[in-house]
Design a protein around this ligand. Sequence first.
Ligand code: DX5
Ligand code: ZN
Length: 238
Amino acid sequence: MPSKCRVSASLLSANFLKLGDEIRATEAAGTDSFHLDVMDNHLAPNLSYGPPVIQWIRSATQLPLEVHLMIDNPHLFVADYAKAGADLLFFHIECYAAEPVNPLAIREIPRATTQPDIPQILAVIDQIKQLGVKAGITLNPNSPLTPALKPAILASDAVLIMSVNPGFSGQKFIADVLPKITEMRTYYQGDIHIDGGITNETAPLARQAGVSTLISASYLYSSADYKSAIQSLNLVSH
Ligand code: DX5
Ligand code: ZN
């Protein structure tokens, strides 16, 4: 089992009516960073929030802000998120894929790619780094870890492995993604994040596979005690 994982609090399940209080409480409970989910009703079948809200969040905490861009054409928008205060920007490889996309099937067929456009992905990683922000790629559950992806992974400051299809918090953990993490760990020493369905039950599986950051939304924000919830993600067994 690897050493203690970082925990990143996904504000998607926080109470937005009292967001400042939620941020302070999560910080006091020991979160290492905040994970901010941005969705556009295209890459993910949901809408969340964008740069103005992130700017307010930035003013409320000194902790790192990791922005998970579940949006199409992220290269057109990364500068806005850098300006809003992101420390790390994750974008999806599924945005730069050879496979055609049927926008009308967005709810039924989660995006996946076996043929990512590596030069384009490398260019976006570089674009983000040029903005002075850390950059990372994200893989949906059905996108395999192909050998072609290795240069993009090695160029990433962090990698995000989705363990649910993007769009909503509170979904069931997809354990089938764990071998991708184990395989990636054989050549990547950077920060591997896992996102979706993380609880005290699933966190040990993810840690065993080799992740270094656990993202949690519903498990954390539905708990009565944020500190215990955060600590429980690093417990040895259940
Ligand atoms: C899902 C988001 C996740 C989500 C996680 O599309 O990317 O960050 O908030 O929620 P839980 O932890 O409830 O699965
Ligand atoms: Zn996320």
